[in-house]
Design a protein around this ligand. Structure first.
Ligand code: AMP
Length: 558
C-alpha cells in the first residue's frame, strides 16, 4: 500500500472479497485478459487511429519498457494530461504495468493546477500534449520542472517538433522491447492504481487514490447496471480523465467487456453525431449542458443515430423537461447517473418506471454500497427527508491522498464519506439530489471550488473581499458569480480585467468568473461566515436583510 493512502478496514475488505466483489483483479490483468479473448478486435478508435486489443496490449508493454528506460519506476507518480485519444489509454496502461501511478489532470488545467498536482503527488514524471488549442504545454512543463524538484521526466504526445527545446521526450520515443528488461511487477490489487481529482471544496484539488480492486469492481458493476457487452461501442466525449468517462463503465468498463471505445475531443453535436453514425456508437455519457446541445443539434442535423442504445446523463442536475425529450428525440434509453470521483455511483435502470428515470438518479450499482441521509448532527433521517448524503462501500474511498487533516473532517468515525450533497431517498430507495452544502459551483459538468477562485481574486490589489457563488444558468445549469468588495479608493477592475489577471495567475479557464458584482459589504451569518445564501438571494434580485451583520471592507495590506 502506497504511503499516504488509507486502506479499507480489514473486516470490510474481507467481506468484499468473500462476497466476490473484489476478485484480486488488477487493471493490468483486465487488459491482458481482454487482449487474450478479443485480440484482433478494435479496442480504440481516435485521432485517425484504429487500435486492436492485441496492438493496445503490445503498445502498452513497449511504452512501459520505454518509460522504465527513461527512469520511471514502480511507485512513481506521473501526472497525465492528455486530450481524448488512444494514447491516453496506452500511457495509463503502460504506467500500470510499470507499477507507476497516473495522476489525472484535465487538458484545461494550467500552471496553478498542474504545479499543485505535481507537488502534492511528488510526481517524477509529467505527460502532456504539444501545442493544444493555442496553449504551449511543453513551455508550461519546463517552467514547472524548474519549480518542482521531484519532477525529473517530461514526455510530450507527439514528435521531436512538439517537444521544443530542452529535456522533453516525445512519447513516440518512449519505446523499448519489453522482453529485454526484468519482468513487469505483479500489482498488489489493494494498492492504488491511479489518482482521480476531487471536485473540490478546498482551495486546491485533492487526490483520490483508486485501487485495482475497487476500480475493476466499479467498472464491472457499472457495466452490469447498463447491460454492457462486447458488441457495445462507447463514445468518450467528455474529458477522459473524468471518472464518468473513464470508468462508469466508460473506457475501462468497455475494454473489460470487449467492446470498442471511440474518442471524440469535442462534445458538440456537429462533431459527435457523424462519429456516432460512422462508428455505430451504442452508448455514451454526457452532462446536462451537452445533452441540451445535442437535443438542439438533433433538430437540424440528419446523421443516423439509431445505433444509440443508452444515453447516460450525469454530473449535474438534469431537469425533468430536458430528460423527457431524450427517448423521443434519440430513440434510446436515458440513464440518469449520480456519481463522484470519490466512489458511490447510482444509476437508473432498464425496466425502471418512466417516472423513476425522469425524476431520480436511481439506485447504487453495488449491493454493498451503503447510503445514509443525515441531518447536521449525523442523525439518520427517514426516507423522503432531505439531508446530507453519506456513502461507504467497496469502491468509495477511505481517505484522500496525503490529507490527514481534511480526512478527519470528510469522513465519519465509521468510515462514511461526507459527500456535501443534499439528497433524499424515495420509498423505493432511489436517490434524488436536491442541492448541496459544499462550496462548489457546478458549471456544465465542471466543478469549480469557490474557495479556490476567491483565493485568486483576493490577490488582486483592488479587491478587498471576495465571495464566489453559483448563479442559475439556463444552459450551463450554473455559472460562477463573484461578489467583490473593492479596496477603498481603488478603481474597480472590470470582468475582462479580472479574468485576464486570473489567467495570468495560471488558473484554468473554466473556473474564471462569468459575472462580477461589486458590493459595499459582504453579509455574514450568525456564525460569522460569509452568508452565501443571502448573496444567492441578492443575485435573484432580492435584497439583503437590513439588520444583518456585514464584513466591513478592509485593506489588503499584509
Ligand atoms: P465529480 O467527483 O467531479 O464527479 O463530482 C461529483 C459531484 O457532482 C457530486 O458530489 C454532485 O455534487 C455532482 N453530481 C454528480 N452527479 C450528479 C447528478 N446526477 N445530479 C446532480 N449532481 C450531480
Amino acid at each position: 500500500m502506497l504511503e499516504g493512502c488509507t486502506p479499507w478496514p480489514a473486516d470490510r475488505a474481507e467481506r468484499y472479497r468473500r462476497e466476490g466483489l473484489w476478485r484480486g483483479e488488477s487493471l493490468v490483468r483486465l487488459l491482458s485478459d481482454a487482449a487474450r479473448v478479443h485480440g484482433p478486435k478494435t479496442a480504440l478508435v481516435g485521432g485517425g487511429r484504429r487500435v486492436s486489443y492485441a496492438a493496445l496490449e503490445d503498445r502498452a508493454r513497449r511504452t512501459a519498457a520505454g518509460f522504465r528506460q527513461h527512469g520511471i519506476a514502480r511507485g512513481d507518480r506521473v501526472v497525465v494530461q492528455l486530450p481524448n485519444c488512444p494514447e491516453f489509454v496506452e500511457v495509463c496502461f503502460a504506467l500500470f504495468l510499470v507499477g507507476a501511478k497516473p495522476v489525472f489532470a484535465l487538458p484545461a488545467h494550467r500552471h496553478s493546477e498542474i504545479r499543485h498536482l505535481c507537488e502534492l503527488s511528488g510526481a517524477t514524471g509529467y505527460v502532456f500534449p504539444g501545442l493544444l488549442r493555442g496553449f504551449d504545454h511543453p513551455a508550461l512543463a519546463r517552467r514547472i520542472q524548474d519549480e518542482v524538484p521531484s519532477l525529473r521526466r517530461l514526455f510530450v504526445l507527439g514528435d521531436a517538433e512538439d517537444a521544443g527545446e530542452g529535456s522533453v521526450v516525445p512519447l513516440s520515443e518512449v519505446d523499448a522491447d519489453p522482453d529485454e528488461g526484468p519482468a513487469f511487477p505483479v500489482p498488489d490489487p489493494s494498492d492504488a492504481a491511479f489518482f482521480l481529482l476531487s471536485g473540490g471544496t478546498t482551495a486546491l484539488p485533492k487526490l483520490i487514490p483508486r485501487t485495482h480492486d475497487d476500480y475493476t469492481y466499479q467498472v464491472r458493476a457499472a457495466g452490469e447496471a447498463c447491460g454492457l457487452g462486447d458488441r457495445d461501442v462507447y463514445l468518450a466525449t467528455l474529458p477522459v480523465e473524468f471518472n464518468f468517462t473513464w470508468g462508469c463503465p466508460g473506457v475501462v468498463g468497455t475494454l473489460r467487456a470487449g467492446g470498442t471505445v471511440v474518442f471524440a475531443d469535442d462534445p458538440t453535436p456537429e462533431h459527435c453525431f457523424p462519429v456516432i453514425a460512422r462508428e455505430k456508437v451504442t452508448i455514451t455519457s454526457v452532462v446536462p449542458s451537452v445533452l441540451q446541445l445535442w437535443l438542439e443539434g438533433a433538430e437540424w442535423l440528419d446523421d443516423d443515430l439509431s445505433s444509440l442504445r443508452v444515453l447516460q446523463v450525469g454530473s449535474a442536475k438534469l431537469y425533468r423537461e430536458v430528460a423527457e425529450r431524450v427517448e423521443p428525440v434519440f430513440g434510446c434509453r436515458l440513464q440518469q447517473v449520480f456519481g463522484m470521483a470519490e466512489g458511490l455511483l447510482t444509476f437508473t435502470r432498464d425496466g425502471d418506471p418512466a417516472e423513476t428515470v425522469l425524476t431520480t438518479q436511481g439506485r447504487p450499482i453495488s449491493p454493498a454500497d451503503e447510503m445514509r441521509i443525515v441531518d447536521e448532527n449525523d442523525k439518520v433521517l427517514p426516507a423522503g427527508e432531505i439531508g446530507e448524503l453519506l456513502a461507504r462501500g467497496p469502491y468509495t474511498l477511505q481517505g484522500y491522498y496525503r490529507a490527514p487533516e481534511h480526512n478527519a473532517k470528510a469522513f465519519t468515525a465509521d468510515g462514511f464519506y461526507r459527500s456535501g450533497d443534499l439528497a433524499r431517498l424515495t420509498e423505493n430507495g432511489d436517490l434524488v439530489i436536491e442541492g448541496r452544502i459544499k462550496d462548489v459551483v457546478i458549471r456544465g459538468g465542471d466543478k469549480v471550488s469557490a474557495t479556490e477562485v476567491e483565493g485568486h481574486l483576493l490577490t488582486h490589489p483592488a479587491v478587498a473581499l471576495a465571495a464566489v457563488i453559483p448563479v442559475p444558468d439556463q444552459f450551463l445549469g450554473e455559472r460562477v458569480c463573484a461578489y467583490l468588495v473593492a479596496e477603498e479608493g481603488a478603481e474597480r477592475p472590470t470582468l475582462p480585467e479580472l479574468k485576464k489577471a486570473l489567467m495570468e495567475r495560471g488558473l484554468a479557464e473554466f473556473k474564471l468568473p462569468d459575472r462580477v458584482v461589486y458590493i459595499e459589504e459582504l453579509p455574514l451569518t450568525g456564525l460569522g461566515k460569509v452568508d452565501k445564501k443571502a448573496l444567492g438571494a441578492l443575485s435573484r434580485g432580492e435584497s439583503l436583510p437590513e439588520a444583518g451583520t456585514f464584513i466591513p471592507a478592509r485593506t489588503n495590506a499584509g
